[in-house]
Ligand binder design. Structure first.
Ligand code: 3HC
Length: 291
């Protein structure tokens, strides 16, 4: 299937960078968000990321400018979807919001368009049933920061067609990513389940006073070769994201051991959302450096 136009729903950390990845790969890309100020912030951040890449000699000014020119921003889902061949939804991790978005996309997007969700927890069958095209729905799950991380999990549900999977795998490759196929819906797929096991143990270790947060992070980096420790990673991804993912998992499984850890809940409720709010497990200055 030929893809020319991509629509990304949501202009948060994931949606904005997924949009930039698509534009850099040569696709005419639109990022849609209901919040004008979030779109403006995304535009400014992406432009400054491109400036950095140019300054570091990673990209020519021309390539950066062409990619930015291929990137459009809108508050109208209908306008963004009108000529979309492929849609990637990266809105908040709440099922009822996602289902409403998929129902609206089903009406507004051309019948050939594939509708993918970037959700890391909710299998796409949950949103496919809000559309009249379940065979054209799957998960296309990127990792934070999406401009850098190579992995994309492509997850099928029972009725996803092979054509949808093949097109999505090919799309990810064309974006310079390394897609992996997840054959069955399971909350957290593969990567977040691996990461969750490490994070849960890190939370238990700090709760029991076995080692400090900083020392647990240092151990993950210097003993296991991870680029970031589990607490640093929670701050990067967002405490709200960690919290909502566990809530969504709990809602799916009903298993109380899937509920967010009380310390994560406390940070979430206090509005300490990680790097983006200046405080999470660590405190950050305006440049995003640890204080
Ligand atoms: N956005 C975009 N680019 C970023 C970035 C960000 N937030 N942070 C760093 N980068 C870029 C830098 O600009 C730099 O690019 P360059 O090579 O062109 O100069 C490159 O990444 C390397 O950055 P740094 O040298 O500053 O720092 P590091 O070498 O430590 O790399 C990192 C930063 C890539 C974030 C690395 O620490 C890392 O890989 N961390 C682990 C990230 C991870 O595990 N992500 C998965 C999270 S789970 C998830 O997303 C699932 C979801 O469902 C919750």
């Amino acid at each position: 299937m030929q893809i020319n136009n991509i629509l990304v729903i949501g202009s948060g950390a994931m949606g904005s960078q997924i949009g930039m990845v698509a534009a850099l790969a040569g696709y005419h890309t639109t990022i849609q968000d209901i919040a004008e100020e979030s779109l403006a912030a995304a535009r400014a951040q992406l432009s400054s990321r491109m400036d950095n890449s140019v300054a570091k000699g990673r990209m020519s000014r021309e390539v950066a400018d062409e990619a930015l020119a291929r990137l459009h921003f809108t508050t109208s889902l209908e306008d963004g979807a009108a000529n979309a061949d492929y849609v990637i939804e990266a809105a908040t991790e709440k099922l009822e919001i996602k289902r409403a978005i998929f129902a609206a996309l089903d009406v507004a997007a051309p019948t050939h368009a594939i509708l993918a969700t970037n959700s890391s927890t909710l299998g796409s069958s949950k949103v496919a049933s809000a559309t009249s095209r379940p065979s054209k729905v799957c998960n296309m799950h990127f990792f934070n920061p999406a401009l850098v991380m190579k992995c994309v999990e492509v997850v099928r549900h029972e009725d996803t067609s092979q054509e949808t999977i093949d097109t999505t795998m090919e799309l990810a490759r064309s974006m310079g990513k390394s897609p992996v196929l997840v054959n069955k819906e399971i909350p957290g797929f593969v990567a977040n389940r691996l990461m969750g096991a490490l994070r849960d143990e890190a939370l238990r270790l700090q709760e029991a006073g076995i080692a400090s947060i900083a020392d647990i992070d240092t151990t993950a980096k210097t003993a296991l070769g991870h680029p970031m420790g589990p607490f640093e990673l929670m701050d990067l991804v967002g405490i709200d994201v960690s919290y909502l993912i566990r809530m969504a998992t709990f809602e799916e499984t009903g298993d109380e051991s899937d509920l967010p850890h009380p310390d994560v809940k406390a940070l979430y409720e206090a509005g300490h959302l990680g790097k983006k709010s200046g405080r999470g497990w660590y405190a950050y200055d305006d440049s995003g450096a640890k204080k």
